[in-house]
Design a protein around this ligand. Structure first.
Ligand SMILES: NC(=O)c1ccc[n+]([C@@H]2O[C@H](COP(=O)([O-])OP(=O)(O)OC[C@H]3O[C@@H](n4cnc5c(N)ncnc54)[C@H](O)[C@@H]3O)[C@@H](O)[C@H]2O)c1
Length: 387
């Protein structure tokens, strides 16, 4: 009998996380987390379900909550059905979310899996004796926790700083999923289109490569001349910002910076151009500023498509995808990054938590990258599965 859509998707994703499945089988035998509690605060969606079930298979009592606004009820139901405690539910209220985080810490888990530094920031303010350490997923969390090292005082391994996360997710997966997002939102072709990518970091390199591979003419704009030189030597055109904006059919921001495209750019943007953001926060394109500009005389909304068309007094139309939110998690049927990239990243998570649980890391490992041997182990396992 067919499963309801959301449940079928969870099953498909869990079945597709092959590295985590292999790790789970090993954890079931070796029980590295036997008798330990793991507190987590990370998006509760199907790929994270695969990770949390893997940790539980290793003997952990997992107590989890989500991040702001991203908790998926079907995933919560599935986790609870497998005995994983989930605190709270989907919320956009910061106060409610803070209470859920406090409730995780009140359980005094032996290990913490953090995403953005919310849990370890609490530890810095009020630690507890039985905490062995844990992991942090993101760049944002690393920046937040680094100054707090002297207060946290336990090993915290930063997954984002693994080269695997950098090239598997930020470069390849973000490139592919933003390309997929453009097609998914617009149903338009990439062939022959002029695409300007703002930011040539790990993500921008992937985006530029994916559009080039899909027969677009890609230009790159980066505020750093060294990075711009790299884009030039990689064969992309690197015109001045104004020239790049004037020519673009699609403008993609992936910088991590605020207000990369603003109302001041409106006179430059070509009729029919599409604006899409891939950066973490919805402030790279100043959507509110664009809407409020006096040259904008109206807007057409396509709500189920996640598209807004701004109409300008001079007759031009400019399209914005997903309200300027990270496009690969916005719009119709957002899927995020590929299962394989998340399987790699979450296997790093599982292995790093195992390393902390087994001891042997000290205070000097507070907010440091994934140990090299774990990177090598995960890379070898992935290669072995794909030869
Ligand atoms: N969509 C996703 O699934 C996803 C996944 C991972 C990361 N991200 C986000 O993507 C963003 C970029 O990540 P990254 O790893 O590539 O970062 P990065 O630091 O490696 O690269 C950012 C680049 O943008 C450039 N830049 C900064 N301000 C600019 C501006 N105003 N105009 C042009 N270029 C500018 C920088 O010089 C740098 O080269 C971040 O917000 C990150 O959180 C998104």
């Amino acid at each position: 009998m067919p499963l309801p859509d959301a449940l079928a998707r969870i099953d498909w994703i869990i079945a597709s996380c092959r590295l985590l499945a292999a790790t789970m089988a090993e954890f079931q035998r070796e029980r590295p987390f036997q008798g330990l509690a793991i507190g987590t605060a990370i998006h509760l969606e199907p790929k994270t379900a695969a990770l949390l079930l893997t940790l539980a298979a290793g003997g952990a009592r997992v107590v989890s909550t989500g991040n702001l606004n991203s908790t998926q009820p079907e995933t919560v139901a599935r986790l609870r059905a497998h005995g994983i405690a989930v605190i709270g539910e989907r919320t956009t209220e910061t106060d409610a979310h803070e209470r859920f985080l406090d409730a995780i810490i009140a359980e005094e888990p032996d290990l913490l899996l953090d995403n953005g530094g919310d849990l370890f920031a609490r530890v810095a303010a009020r630690g507890y004796a039985k905490l062995r350490g844990g992991t942090e997923e993101t760049t944002t969390g690393r920046a937040r926790l680094k100054p707090l090292r002297d207060k946290i005082k336990v090993p915290v391994l930063v997954i984002n700083d693994s080269p695997i996360k950098q090239f598997a997710e930020n470069r390849h997966a973000v490139g592919q999923s933003l390309f997929e997002s453009y097609m998914r939102f617009t149903n338009r072709s990439s062939n022959g289109k002029r695409v300007t990518v703002f930011g040539y970091g790990a993500c921008g390199r992937g985006v530029a490569a994916c559009f080039r591979n899909a027969f677009s003419a890609v230009s790159v704009v980066d505020v750093d001349p060294v990075t711009t030189l790299e884009a030039h030597l990689d064969g992309f055109s690197t015109p001045l910002r104004e020239t790049a904006i004037r020519s673009a059919d699609l403008l993609v921001t992936v910088t991590g910076a605020k207000h990369v495209l603003t109302a001041a750019d409106l006179p430059l943007i070509k009729n029919g151009a599409i604006l899409m953001n891939g950066g973490h926060l919805p402030h790279e394109i100043d959507v509110a500023g664009l809407r409020a500009d006096p040259s904008v005389i109206g807007a057409d909304l396509y709500p189920s498509e996640g598209i807004e068309t701004l109409r300008l007094a001079d007759g031009r139309a400019i399209h914005i995808l997903g309200d300027g939110h990270m496009a690969n998690l916005a719009g119709p049927r957002p899927l995020g990054n590929s299962v394989e990239s998340m399987d790699l990243g979450f296997t790093l998570q599982a292995r790093c938590l195992e390393r902390v649980a087994r001891g042997g890391l000290g205070q000097e490992h507070c907010v440091v990258p994934v140990p090299r041997d774990i990177d090598a182990m995960v890379a070898s396992a992935y290669l072995a599965m794909n030869r």
